[in-house]
Design a protein around this ligand. Structure first.
Ligand code: IMP
Ligand code: MG
Length: 187
């Protein structure tokens, strides 16, 4: 049996997007969000943990009145696969009649964003839009042609980590988006 070695996993991974490429994608999304939300006094909700880094970098590029909240919903619970969404924290602000921007790391099958969006709609929000750093290309989306309202990058159908995305709880801090080496991908 081989021991889980986070350093080795990082070393043999493949960098798909550098920090500079990700920054450019975030800047582009920030410009589009500014156009749509600058007069709407929105609530930006970070979906933890994956949305942590993206939300932080996005927020300082949004130069208009907004409030920030978070929710903690985890699908994978540090495992590669899992069906149900576990709610660990709900937003604290009153969402009623507010314009909401949900920020998450990746749109994979889409169950997370669909469920979180539905939660917001049940709070009688004025509107809810979604933003993801990465959209994974495959045919397994929860709803056909499911897309976030704002997408930073497209990633292939591989397990990726970095910039908020973890592999078994590690490397959310990796400065880019990296794909697991095939020998490490047990999904
Ligand atoms: P979905 O509900 O299938 O869209 O799953 C979305 C959530 O699963 C994301 O917010 C991530 O936390 C996690 N996830 C999906 N794909 C990956 C991946 O390639 N690497 C790390 N986390 C992932
Ligand atoms: Mg997530």
């Amino acid at each position: 049996m081989t021991l889980f070695d986070p350093s080795a996993i990082y070393q043999r991974s493949e960098c798909l997007f550098s920090e500079a490429q990700i920054t450019a994608a975030i800047e582009k999304m920030a410009a589009a969000i500014t156009l749509q939300f600058s007069d709407k006094n929105p609530i930006v909700i970070s979906i933890l943990n994956g949305g942590l880094i993206l939300t932080g970098q996005l927020l300082t590029l949004l130069n208009f009145p907004l409030q920030v909240d978070y929710l903690h919903a985890s699908r994978y619970q540090n495992k590669m696969r899992g069906e149900s969404l576990h709610w660990l924290a709900y937003p604290k602000l009153d969402l009623k009649n507010r314009h909401i921007l949900l920020v998450d790391d990746i749109l994979d099958e889409g169950y997370t964003l669909v469920a979180v969006k539905e939660y917001c709609l049940n709070q009688q929000v004025a509107s809810v839009q979604t933003l993801v750093l990465a959209d994974k290309k495959h045919q397994r989306k929860a709803q056909e042609n499911l897309k976030a309202d704002f997408t930073g990058l497209e990633v292939p159908d591989r397990f990726v980590f970095g910039y908020g995305l973890d592999y078994q709880g590690y490397w959310r801090n990796a400065p880019g988006i990296f794909a697991l080496h095939k020998d490490d991908d047990k999904s």
